[in-house]
Design a protein around this ligand. Structure first.
Ligand SMILES: [Zn+2]
Length: 816
C-alpha cells in the first residue's frame, strides 16, 4: 500500500509539473516561430525551466562570449539521473580507460553554431519543452546535454539586424531588404571566425570554453544543427564520402540507423530530405568530425533557410518557407535522435568502449623537435584536447620524416617531445598528426591537409614503434639582467617573440633589429635578433626594470652585452642595425574584403599579438588620410576593379613616401601588374590547345576539381636573408588554399614554390599543380621609400597555421 501510495504521489507531482511548465510560446508571449527570440530571452526561458523542474534540468553557465553573452548548457534527464549526474559522468569517462560500466546514453545537442542559421535556437526551446513533457520517457536512460546557442554574438547580430529591417508583417518576397543581410552577417562570431571550423584548433573563446566541458563528457552522440540555402531540402546523416579511415563500421552504421528513423517522420509528413551527399566526414575541426574522432556518433543536420529566410520567404518552386516549418524539422530530428539513442543505449556504451580500446594505429609515436616556443604552443593545444605528451631530450629516431616526406631519421639535442597513440585520445592523435590523411574521395567540402607538425613548424618523425618519454624538466626561467649593460639581445623566431616585441613597443621602449648575423662575446646571433640599447632608451628611467619584467612575462632569455663592438658582423651603430618603426596599422574591412579573412587579421592583432589596429570600412575609406598610418593591410577578398585610377595613384604615392602595403590573397589582383605594381599573374606556358576528348556530362564535377587545390601542404623555398623571412629556416611548409599563381618577383622572393612542386599532404588537382609551378608565396617589393608585401597564401588562415604567423609579424616589424 505504502509503495502504491508513493508511486501515486510521484505520478501526481509529475503531471502537475508537466501542466505547470509553460511552453516556449506561453513563456515568451508570442507563438514560437512568429518572432526571433533574442539571446537574453532564450536564457530567461532556460532559467525558467531549471527553476520549474530543478530535479530534471540542471543549467550551467560554461562561459561568456567576446560581447559578454552567457554560454549555457542544460542537462536534461530523469530526476534519478540528474541527482547522480556527476557519478554518471565519471562512470562514462572510465569507458575511455576500458573500466566503465554505464548503460545510459549521453546525447549532446548543439544549436546555432552559425549565428544567422537562426532557427536552431528556436527549435532547441521546443525540443527541451517536449523532452520535459510528452517525451520524458526517453530520459529514463538518457542524459541530454543541450547547448541552446554556441554562438550568441552572431545570432543576436542576425536577429537584431532582422528586427530592424523586417517589414510588418514580414515580406516573403525574396527581393525585400529583410532577406539580404549584407557583409557583416551573423554567421560568424564576434571576430568573424567560423566556429564550425574551430573545434580542433580552439582559436576562439567560445570553442575553448565549450571544449573544456565537452571533453569532460565525451558524449555518445553529438548533433550540430545548421541551415543551408533556402531552396534545399533537409539534410541529415548518413554523411557523404570522403569518410576519414579512422571512422568505425559502427559509427557509419549508426548514422544510418538514425537517418532511417528521421526519414520515417519526414515521410509521414511528406517533407523532402537528402542524405549521403555534400556533407562529408574528413576535416577534423567540425562539429560532426571532432566528436566522431572522439568516439561519438557525430552528425550535421541542415535545414533550408539561413540568413536569407527571415520569418518567411518564397522559394524557387513557389512555396513559402516559414520559420515555423524550419522549427518543426529541427525539432523532429532532435527528438528522433534522442529516441534512437535511448533505444540503443546499451549498444552505444559497448561500442564507445570498443572505440577507446582501439590500438590499431600505423604510427605509434610522433617525435617532434624545434624551437621551445613552438613546442610550447603545441603543448598548450594538446592539453586542451586532453592529449598527453612527454619530453624527449636526446636520441635518434627513425620513421616517416616530415621534412623530406619519406623514410629517414632525426636526432634530438635537448629540444624534443613525443606524442603517442597508446592513450585514450589515440584516434585524435592520429588524425591531427599523421603526415597525410588517406582521402577516399577528393570531392570534399574543405581542406584536405592539416598535419600539426607542419602547422607548428616542427620537424618530426612518425615511428611504427612506441617511443617512451623521458622525465620532463620544468623550464620556467626568470632573467635577472645586469642594469649597467650597453645593450640587451634576444632572438627572433616565434610568435611569442613577436608578442614580446609588441609589448615593448607599446611600453615605448625603442628596439633595433639586426639585418646581418653577428657574433659577440663568442655567441652567434641571427638576422632579426632584437637589440635593445641603453642609449636608445635613456628617456625611460626604469627601462631595465620594464625590460626585465616583460622578458619574464614572455619567458624570454635576454643576453646582456657590455659593448656594441661585435666580433664579426655589423656593430650596433651600423646602418644594418635599424630602429624598428612603431607600426600604426590600418586594416580595410567591408566590401570587397572577405569577412573571414578580415576577421583573422582583426583577431590576430587583438587576441594574439595584443597590438592595436584601426579598422577602416571601405564605405568611407576614401575620406581617410592614409598618412596617419604607416601600414595598410588589404585582406583577401573579391576586389575586381575595386580601386579606381585616382585611388590607385593615391595608394602608390603613399607607398612611395614610405608606407607599407600588405596585400593578401585576392587583394593582390586589385594592385597587380596592370594596375601599376610589380607582381604578375602567371600565364601558363603551354596554353596551346590540347586534344579534347569528349567526357560524360555527369562527370563535370570531377573534371572541375583537376583545377582545384582544396587545402594542401607544399614545401617551399625560403630566402631568410629577406626581412619578411627572418626567423625561418631554408624551407617552409605552406597551406595552399587555391590554384592562384603569380610569377616570381624581380627581387624580394622571400618564399616561393619551385618547378613542379607536389603536395606533401592533401589534394591538388593536376591542372592546379601546373598553375602554381614556380610561383611566389610571400614577397616584398621596394617602391620608392616604401614597400609592398605580397601574401599569396594566407599565414593567418583560421588562426591555426601557427608557423605562418611570424611572416605576418615580420611584415609589420622587420620589413622596412
Ligand atoms: Zn551552418
Amino acid at each position: 500500500m505504502a509503495r502504491y501510495f508513493s508511486i501515486f504521489l510521484l505520478f501526481i507531482s509529475f503531471t502537475l509539473t508537466a501542466q505547470q511548465i509553460k511552453s516556449p510560446s506561453e513563456f515568451l508571449g508570442y507563438e514560437l516561430g512568429t518572432e526571433f527570440t533574442r539571446h537574453h530571452e532564450v536564457v530567461d526561458y532556460y532559467e525558467y525551466l531549471a527553476e520549474m523542474a530543478p530535479d530534471r534540468v540542471k543549467l550551467t553557465v560554461y562561459g561568456q562570449t567576446n560581447e559578454r553573452r552567457p554560454l549555457l548548457l542544460a542537462y536534461v534527464s530523469s530526476p534519478e539521473n540528474i541527482a547522480n549526474l556527476e557519478s554518471i559522468r565519471q562512470e562514462h569517462l572510465k569507458d575511455t580507460e576500458g573500466t566503465g560500466n554505464l548503460s545510459k546514453a549521453i546525447v549532446w545537442l548543439s544549436y546555432n553554431v552559425h549565428g544567422n542559421e537562426s532557427v536552431s535556437t528556436e527549435a532547441s526551446m521546443q525540443t527541451i519543452y517536449e523532452l520535459l513533457t510528452n517525451k520524458s520517457a526517453y530520459l529514463e536512460n538518457t542524459v541530454v546535454i543541450m547547448d541552446p546557442c554556441i554562438n550568441p554574438d552572431g545570432r543576436d547580430r542576425y536577429s537584431n539586424w532582422y528586427n530592424q529591417y523586417k517589414n510588418t508583417p514580414n515580406q516573403v518576397d525574396p527581393n525585400s531588404k529583410e532577406h539580404h543581410e549584407g557583409w557583416w552577417s551573423g554567421r560568424s562570431n564576434h571576430y568573424m571566425f567560423d566556429l564550425n571550423r574551430d573545434w580542433a584548433w580552439l582559436t576562439q573563446k567560445e570553442s575553448q570554453q565549450r571544449l573544456k566541458v565537452y571533453n569532460e563528457w565525451l558524449p555518445h552522440v553529438h548533433v550540430d544543427f545548421h541551415e543551408q540555402g533556402v531552396n534545399n531540402p533537409y539534410y541529415f546523416a548518413p554523411a557523404a564520402e570522403p569518410y576519414h579511415e579512422v571512422i568505425t563500421d559502427f559509427q557509419r552504421e549508426f548514422q544510418v540507423t538514425l537517418g532511417r528513423n528521421h526519414a520515417k517522420y519526414f515521410d509521414a509528413n511528406g517533407w523532402f530530405y537528402f542524405t549521403k551527399e555534400v556533407f562529408d566526414l574528413f576535416y577534423p575541426s567540425y562539429g560532426d568530425t571532432y566528436p566522431v574522432y572522439n568516439g561519438a556518433i557525430g552528425m550535421t543536420y541542415e535545414q533550408g533557410g539561413s540568413g536569407r529566410a527571415g520569418l518567411g520567404i518564397i522559394t524557387a518552386i513557389g512555396d513559402t518557407l516559414t520559420l515555423k516549418d524550419r522549427i518543426a524539422h529541427h525539432f523532429t530530428t532532435g527528438l528522433s535522435t534522442v529516441e534512437v539513442s535511448s533505444q540503443n543505449a546499451t549498444r552505444l556504451n559497448e561500442e564507445f568502449r570498443k572505440f577507446y580500446k582501439n590500438q590499431n594505429f600505423k604510427y605509434k609515436s610522433y617525435v617532434l623537435k624545434g624551437d621551445a616556443d613552438k613546442l610550447n604552443a603545441l603543448k598548450s593545444l594538446l592539453a586542451k584536447h586532453k592529449i598527453t605528451y612527454g619530453d624527449l631530450s636526446n636520441g635518434t629516431y627513425k620513421g616517416h620524416h616530415y621534412a623530406t616526406g619519406s623514410n629517414g631519421s632525426m636526432s634530438l639535442n635537448n629540444n624534443g617531445m613525443v606524442v603517442s597513440t597508446n592513450q585514450p585520445k589515440g584516434t585524435l592523435v592520429q588524425v591531427l598528426f599523421e603526415p597525410n590523411a588517406k582521402l577516399s574521395d577528393s570531392l570534399t567540402y574543405d581542406i584536405t591537409a592539416w598535419s600539426l607538425p607542419y602547422a607548428y613548424g616542427l620537424d618530426a618523425i612518425a615511428t611504427t614503434s612506441l617511443v617512451t618519454a623521458q622525465a620532463s624538466q620544468s623550464d620556467a626561467k626568470t632573467t635577472n639582467i645586469d642594469k649597467g649593460s650597453y645593450a640587451y639581445l634576444t632572438d627572433w623566431n616565434s610568435m611569442e617573440d613577436a608578442r614580446f616585441l609588441a609589448a615593448l613597443l607599446k611600453e615605448g621602449i625603442r628596439v633595433r633589429k639586426a639585418d646581418r648575423p653577428f657574433v659577440i662575446d663568442g655567441n652567434s646571433f641571427d638576422r632579426g635578433t632584437l637589440i635593445i640599447t641603453k642609449g636608445d632608451n635613456e628617456h625611460k628611467s626604469n627601462f631595465v626594470d620594464m625590460l626585465q619584467s616583460t622578458a619574464n612575462t614572455f619567458q624570454k632569455e635576454i643576453t646582456p652585452v657590455s659593448t656594441g663592438f661585435v666580433d664579426s658582423g655589423k656593430d650596433f651603430g651600423s646602418s644594418y642595425v635599424q630602429m624598428i618603426e612603431k607600426p600604426k596599422v590600418a586594416v580595410l574591412s567591408g566590401e570587397p574584403t572577405s569577412t573571414l579573412r578580415f576577421g583573422e587579421i582583426w583577431h590576430f592583432f587583438e587576441q594574439q599579438l595584443h597590438y592595436p589596429l584601426t579598422v577602416i570600412d571601405s564605405e568611407y575609406a576614401n575620406r581617410v588620410d592614409l598618412d596617419e598610418y604607416n601600414i595598410l593591410v588589404l585582406p583577401d577578398g573579391y576586389y575586381g576593379n575595386h580601386f579606381n585610377e585616382d585611388q590607385l595613384s593615391e595608394l602608390k604615392d603613399w607607398v612611395r613616401n614610405g608606407g607599407k602595403l600588405i596585400a593578401m590573397g585576392g587583394a593582390i589582383d586589385a594592385i597587380d601588374g596592370e594596375k601599376g605594381f610589380g607582381i604578375q599573374k602567371k600565364k601558363l606556358e603551354n596554353d596551346e590547345e590540347e586534344d579534347i576528348e569528349p567526357k560524360p556530362y555527369e562527370d563535370w564535377e570531377r573534371e572541375r576539381i583537376k583545377s582545384a587545390i582544396t587545402g594542401a601542404i607544399f614545401k617551399t623555398k625560403v630566402d631568410n636573408t629577406n626581412p619578411l623571412a627572418y626567423g625561418y629556416g631554408q624551407n617552409y611548409f605552406t597551406l595552399k588554399l587555391g590554384s592562384r599563381g603569380y610569377d616570381y618577383l624581380k627581387g624580394g622572393n622571400a618564399v616561393y614554390l619551385e618547378k613542379n612542386a607536389k603536395p606533401f599532404s592533401g589534394f591538388a588537382g593536376s591542372e592546379a599543380q601546373k598553375q602554381i609551378s614556380e610561383s611566389l608565396i610571400f614577397g616584398t617589393e621596394n617602391v620608392g621609400r616604401g614597400q609592398v608585401i605580397y601574401m599569396v597564401d594566407n599565414p593567418l588562415f583560421r588562426g591555426f597555421w601557427e608557423n605562418g604567423k611570424l611572416f605576418f609579424a615580420n611584415a609589420l616589424f622587420m620589413v622596412e
